[in-house]
Design a protein around this ligand. Structure first.
Ligand SMILES: Nc1nc2c(ncn2[C@@H]2O[C@H](COP(=O)(O)OP(=O)(O)O)[C@@H](O)[C@H]2O)c(=O)[nH]1
Ligand SMILES: [Mg+2]
Length: 307
């Protein structure tokens, strides 16, 4: 098994996309060799992870596509991991319905994978981290992860990227306030997409104020306007990403924080793995038929491994 896995890792490292696809399937479905594979991933991945998050319909996929176009022109190699647990929607289908996207879908320097929805979001977070680590083992310049910024765990995951883009649209307007706590915290770059729409300027101004408040003295968080459908502002976005990533080498503290968060997510997933909702449901179904059943007492017993 170890030899086979090492071979697979070698193939990934030299850019064989089929090997990468297979390894992701192994990790995603926890097939035999899954743990061996993860344990043999070397440290210090080359590719930088760029997270892009924001509400559904903000234009995240369109931005990803526009960035792909930009980076392909610069002869970069890019992987895309699309995570949308709420939707069974296939990323390839989305890409296929637009001609310029279909072009990238078959481009040898592009690797695109969508993550199927999974039941448990806690499990999904750890899965994304694991799969992202496998992808960063391949010789890509960038690994783009698109997540829908709705659930707390997805927001957290987006925040674990080397560079996190939060994409918002003018219609978001007032909602910006309610997102402050989650989405706003993790942004390294704000994007006001659909800048062709009314109200884009007012959102832009509000975000500038917000970004200024949360920026530290040395680096102001950029706020950029884009029209993803027309490639407007995409070169500026790519520059902002590159600038953020290049400034990061010196930030050991941030790295340590990222790895700690990552370890925390993985530990949570590990502790949770033998907890099944179906099993819980069965136990509770039995419990409530019993005189004097108390959920707190029951949970305490179950958590200790007793019945
Ligand atoms: N007017 C306008 N429409 C856009 C822009 N960017 C994306 N869209 C459209 O917004 C819709 C949602 O885009 P999509 O990329 O799927 O959003 P996602 O859910 O955030 O991935 C699609 O119909 C896009 O064509 C933009 O800059 N301007
Ligand atoms: Mg999308």
């Amino acid at each position: 098994m170890l030899d086979k896995i090492k071979q697979l890792l070698n193939d990934i490292a030299i850019g064989r996309q089929k090997a990468l696809a297979r390894a992701i399937t192994v990790v995603e479905n926890e097939l035999p060799g899954y743990d061996v594979l993860l344990r043999n991933l070397p440290q210090a991945p080359g590719a930088k992870i760029v997270g892009i998050t924001g509400p559904p319909g903000a234009g995240k996929s369109t931005l990803v596509n526009a960035l792909l176009g930009h980076w392909m022109a610069e002869h970069k190699k890019v992987a895309v991991l699309a995570v949308d647990p709420s939707s069974p929607f296939n990323y390839g289908a989305l890409l296929g319905d637009r001609i310029r996207m279909a072009e990238f879908y078959n481009h040898p320097d592009v690797f695109i994978r969508s993550l199927a929805s999974r039941g448990a979001l806690g499990g999904l977070s750890a899965k994304i981290l694991e799969i992202a680590d496998v992808i960063t083992h391949a010789p890509f310049d960038y690994v783009l992860i698109e997540t829908v910024g709705v659930g707390q765990s997805e927001v957290e995951i987006a925040g674990l990227a080397d560079c996190t883009i939060v994409a918002l649209v003018p219609e978001a307007g007032d909602e910006v306030q309610t997102w402050k706590a989650g989405l706003m915290e993790i942004a390294d770059i704000f994007v006001v997409n659909k800048a062709d729409r009314d109200l884009a300027d007012s959102l832009y101004r509000n975000l500038r104020i917000l970004a200024h408040e949360k920026s530290d003295a040395e680096a102001e968080i950029p706020v950029l306007k884009t029209i993803a459908t027309n490639n407007v502002g995409i070169a500026e976005l790519a520059s902002a990403i590159a600038a953020h990533l290049s400034g990061q080498h010196s930030r050991k503290e941030k790295k340590l924080q990222l790895l700690t968060e990552k370890a925390w997510h993985l530990m949570v997933a590990r502790r949770m793995q033998d907890i099944s909702r179906t099993e819980l449901r069965n136990r509770i179904a039995q419990g409530i038929e019993t005189e004097g059943f108390n959920l707190y007492a029951a949970v305490e017993r179950w958590a200790d491994g007793n019945n």
